[in-house]
Design a protein around this ligand. Structure first.
Ligand SMILES: C[S@@+](CC[C@H](N)C(=O)[O-])C[C@H]1O[C@@H](n2cnc3c(N)ncnc32)[C@H](O)[C@@H]1O
Length: 252
């Protein structure tokens, strides 16, 4: 995945700001993240996430976390689940997490960013936060869902946090135009991303790519893969009062 490049750089230079890019919190600034605040933020965010997952229903035996970063949420998952698998594309993120997440029920995996290095039907739960929004394109996210389906046991559920959008459906011509303009915008952002990566390789500022998923298209794709009981949920997080969206689904 093209985006692996910037995530390896964030993991190496500033893992905590790479994960929680709050103003003034960069490494070396007066108010840089302290470990204790960073992991407290994880506790608070997990409280919000798990409250919604509790309503949907999930099993606490085994969980895979996709894009564990510095272990902000992994620390919480280790307390909730008997067995945790945490994966990331950045070995430096994983090293940081390993120093701070001390549970002996977690196994760490480095991934190439497209596949999940686990056997079929291994876990009953899959969680991810602030990761699917950073893939190069929606298609990359959609193929990751096939991998999730493969490694989930029957009866297992996923909670994936990701930005969602839809086009206004009040007028068909208008929605068609909006979709067309949006596809043009995506081409431009992809070119911009290539330029920013090129600059980064030459010592320029680090880049962070962002995308969002069209909800009805994602719904159809998940159904096509075989997922059942698909639900989209929006809720505010206590930590920043922003609205966040998640998709839940079950492998029956
Ligand atoms: C914004 S951080 C979020 C970390 C963690 N989920 C959290 O909420 O604290 C995004 C993480 O996803 C990882 N990542 C990016 N692309 C990935 C991919 N294709 N597969 C797995 N992890 C990925 C990055 O290396 C980074 O650690």
């Amino acid at each position: 995945m093209k985006t692996n490049e910037e995530w390896k750089a964030w993991g190496k230079d500033d893992p905590l700001y790479g994960v929680a890019s709050w103003a003034g919190r960069r490494c070396g600034k007066d108010n840089e993240w302290a470990d204790v605040e960073f992991y407290d933020l994880g506790r608070s965010d997990w409280r919000d996430f798990s409250a919604r997952w509790d309503c949907y229903g999930y099993n606490r035996d085994s969980c895979l976390e996709i894009g564990c970063g510095a272990g902000r949420i992994t620390k919480q998952l280790c307390e909730k689940f008997q067995e945790v698998h945490a994966l990331d594309v950045s070995i430096d993120m994983i090293n940081y997490a390993q120093r701070n997440v001390t549970g002996n029920n977690v196994t760490w995996h480095v991934t190439d960013g497209t596949s999940i290095p686990l056997q079929d039907s291994l876990v009953l739960s899959v969680f991810s936060s602030h990761v699917f929004q950073h893939f190069p394109s929606e298609e990359d996210g959609l193929s990751y869902f096939e991998e999730i389906y493969r490694i989930l046991k029957p009866g297992g559920t996923m909670m994936i946090h990701l930005p969602l959008h839809d086009f206004p459906s009040v007028n068909r011509k208008f929605s068609k135009l909006a979709r067309y303009l949006y596809s043009f915008f995506l081409v431009l952002t992809s070119v911009k991303a290539d330029i920013r990566r090129w600059q980064m390789r030459r010592g320029g500022r680090k880049y962070m790519h962002g995308i969002s998923y069209e909800a009805p298209q994602l719904y159809e794709k998940l159904k096509g893969i075989g997922f059942d009981k698909i639900e989209f949920v929006n809720f505010p997080m206590q930590s920043n009062d922003d609205l966040h969206s998640c998709v839940f689904a079950t492998k029956t």
